[in-house]
Design a protein around this ligand. Structure first.
Ligand SMILES: Cc1ncc(COP(=O)(O)O)c(C=O)c1O
Length: 393
């Protein structure tokens, strides 16, 4: 039986425990298990944003585009993020939303395809994240194609859109095997790494993944709506075209009278003026993760989620996350018919988790901010709430 003293011992032995001090802790009693939705605020981000607003924007105004490197930030921040994907610095850009990135890369993948079979077929799992499904449908509609719901049969499929970590269960897809299976069927795969980046130790080239997108506001702690990343394997750069042509993707941006001529490299995925404040948040969050070390972070995520599953078992809570650590991302999903009520009551006790209707509670475990005792306390509180008769609530 695991008790609280065990969790305290794990915290005391945790090599990453000092990193929590790098974050703003708004209330010492708060148990925040929602960093898989919105990561906590790094202290350095507060200072960096203040500097970007006060010194750069307010002080240096328009010259900041050059003086403070604003023009290059999408690629600069991409280069800083790249090692977390195992990628070369020039293979990643940080810009726009994940939704926009999926739209761009699905089109990139379709244009890379050699098959001329008529309307394109885009395959996606029925239970994948809504924005991924919507984009697939939207692109199919635009290009006179169709969406195939389900990934079992890839015959005739041109592009697969797929999350690496299931946003509900945290199950990790076998990226290498699934990319190869799709490729053997003649399809490229666009991987959504939103729930993987910053919590799993990734090596996209080794996995054979050529196209990927993901959020920076979850485990990378980039801040609300911080821009997403797009990754394209370098060997494809000169062959890709993308559908949103804008001046930031133009080879000579300030040669105003030229027709569109895409920049070399990943920069051709850029389109309009980047949101600098969001990029500052992404840059700082990425820096914290990179400094702490993704291998140590991934290892702690496995320990935290392992502890969570063990305690949930002990308390009779139903978990739907994989039991094998190597198949599990950074959260633990608990299924309960009363999830909505429990979510609200946990919140009232300063335990923040998130809920995916109809019956799932997700406990996000962000290794830089989550303590083993947080996992113990949250699950204990949850189990108590499930036992309470309605009159005592
Ligand atoms: C798997 C996945 N993809 C995409 C998104 C969101 O995309 P966007 O940043 O465009 O809203 C989320 C948000 O939670 C997500 O979980």
């Amino acid at each position: 039986m695991i008790d609280r003293a065990d969790a305290e011992r794990l915290d005391a032995a945790d090599a990453l425990r000092a990193w929590r001090d790098e974050f703003v802790i708004p209330d010492p009693d708060l148990i925040y298990l929602d960093g898989n939705s919105l990561g906590m605020t790094p202290r350095r981000t507060v200072a960096a944003l203040r500097d970007a607003v006060e010194r750069q924007w307010a002080g240096d105004l328009i010259t900041s585009w050059w003086e403070h490197g604003w023009l290059d930030m999408p690629l600069d921040v991409g280069a800083r993020l790249a090692p977390l994907l195992g990628a070369a610095p020039g293979a990643v850009a940080v810009h726009d939303s994940t939704t926009v990135g999926i739209f761009q890369l699905v089109n990139v993948a379709l244009d890379l395809g050699t098959a001329a079979r008529g309307g394109p077929v885009i395959a996606i799992d029925r239970s994948d994240f809504p924005t991924d499904r919507y984009v697939a449908e939207g692109v199919a509609r635009l290009r006179g194609g169709e969406v195939r719901a389900g990934l079992d049969d890839l015959d005739g499929v041109d592009v697969v859109v797929r999350s690496m970590v299931d946003y509900r269960t945290a199950e990790i897809a076998d990226v290498a095997a699934e990319t190869a299976r799709a490729r053997a069927a003649g399809a490229e795969t666009v991987w959504d790494l939103s729930h993987a980046v910053g919590v799993l130790d990734l090596d996209l080239p080794a996995l054979g993944a050529d196209l990927a997108v993901g959020c920076t506001y979850k485990f990378l702690n980039g801040g609300p709506g911080s821009p997403a990343f797009t990754y394209v394997a370098e060997h494809l750069h000169d062959r890709i075209t993308q559908p949103i042509w804008g001046w930031f993707g133009q080879a000579d941006q300030f040669a105003m009278d030229r027709p569109f001529d895409p920049r070399p490299g990943i920069g051709r995925l850029l389109n309009g003026t980047p949101g600098i404040l969001g990029l500052v948040g992404a840059r700082e969050g990425i820096a914290v993760t990179a400094e702490a070390g993704i291998a140590a972070i991934a290892a702690k995520a496995r320990e935290l989620t392992e502890l969570g599953i063990t305690i949930a078992d002990q308390l009779g809570l139903e978990t739907i996350s994989p039991r094998a650590a190597e198949r599990r991302g950074g959260h633990v999903a608990i299924r309960h018919a009363d999830a909505s009520r429990l979510h609200g009551e946990l919140l009232a006790r300063k335990v923040v988790v998130d809920k995916r209707d109809p019956d799932i509670l997700r406990l996000g475990m962000s290794p830089l901010t989550t303590r083993f005792t947080d996992v113990f306390d949250a699950l204990t509180t949850l189990a108590e709430l499930t036992q309470q008769p309605s009159g005592e609530r």
